[in-house]
Design a protein. Structure first.
Length: 236
C-alpha cells in the first residue's frame, strides 16, 4: 500500500508541479479534434459513396464512380489505420512535396478511413427506408437527387444513429495510434508523464479512466439524440 501511495505521489508531482497537465490537455484536445473532424469528414464521404452505390446505374459515369467507390472502400477497410497513417505521412506526402502537421494528417486519414465504414453503414440505412418514400417524392415532382437528400437520407440517418455513435467511439479509441506520426494524443501525453516520473502504473490507469469517461459521455449523448428523435416522430 505504501508503494502504491508513492506511485500516486510521483504522478501528482509531475502532473502538477512539472505542468504535466498541459501535455494531457493538449493530448485530450487533439484526440477530440481528430475524432470529431474524422467523423464529420467520414459522414460526408460515406454519404456520397453510399448514394453512388444505391442510385440506378443508368449511364457510364455512374458505373465508373461506382467501381471507384468499391475500390476506395476495399482499400480503406482492408488495411489497418496505422498503416494508412504511415503511408500517408512518410510516403505519399513526401512524394507529393506536401508539408502539413501530423494532426492534420491524422484528421484526413481518419476521415477517409471512417468514410469507408460509414458508406456501408449509410448504404444499409438508405436501403432500410421504405421504397415508397422515393416513389412518393418523385410523385410530387421532386427530382431523384432532391428526394434522396431531403427525404431518404434524413430517415436513413435516424435508422443508423446508434451505429454512427459506435463509429465515433471507435475513432476516439483508435486515435491512440497517431503517435506513429508524431502527434500528441492522450497515449503520448500519459506515456510522457510515465517516462519522466519513472512510473507508468498510475498514468496508464488515469488514461484508461479518461477514455472510459469519454465513451460513456458519447453513449449518453447518442441516447439523448435517439430519445429526441423518437419524440419528434411521435409528434408528427
Amino acid at each position: 500500500m505504501q508503494n502504491f501511495d508513492k506511485k500516486i505521489e510521483a504522478f501528482i508531482d509531475f502532473f502538477i508541479n512539472h505542468e504535466g497537465y498541459n501535455t494531457v490537455l493538449l493530448g485530450l484536445k487533439n484526440t477530440i479534434i481528430i475524432a470529431i473532424s474524422g467523423l464529420l469528414i467520414g459522414i460526408v464521404i460515406g454519404t456520397l459513396i453510399a448514394t453512388i452505390r444505391v442510385i440506378p446505374k443508368t449511364n457510364i459515369f455512374v458505373k465508373i464512380f461506382d467501381k471507384i467507390s468499391v475500390f476506395y472502400v476495399s482499400i480503406f477497410r482492408g488495411t489497418p489505420i496505422v498503416v494508412q497513417l504511415l503511408v500517408f505521412y512518410y510516403v505519399l506526402l513526401p512524394l507529393l512535396g506536401i508539408h502539413i502537421n501530423s494532426v492534420s494528417v491524422a484528421i484526413v486519414v481518419f476521415g477517409m478511413n471512417s468514410g469507408a465504414y460509414i458508406s456501408e453503414i449509410m448504404r444499409a440505412g438508405i436501403l432500410s427506408v421504405d421504397s415508397g418514400q422515393m416513389e412518393g417524392g418523385r410523385a410530387v415532382g421532386l427530382s431523384y437527387g432532391t428526394t434522396m437528400m431531403k427525404i431518404i437520407i434524413p430517415q436513413a440517418v435516424k435508422n443508423i444513429l446508434p451505429t454512427l455513435g459506435n463509429e465515433f467511439i471507435s475513432l476516439i479509441k483508435e486515435t491512440s495510434v497517431v503517435s506513429f506520426v508524431g502527434a500528441t494524443d492522450l497515449y503520448v501525453a500519459f506515456n510522457r508523464i510515465g517516462s519522466n516520473s519513472y512510473e507508468f502504473m498510475i498514468p496508464y490507469l488515469v488514461m484508461a479512466v479518461i477514455y472510459i469517461v469519454l465513451v460513456v459521455f458519447i453513449s449518453l449523448l447518442i441516447k439523448l439524440m435517439e430519445r429526441s428523435l423518437r419524440k419528434s416522430d411521435k409528434s408528427l
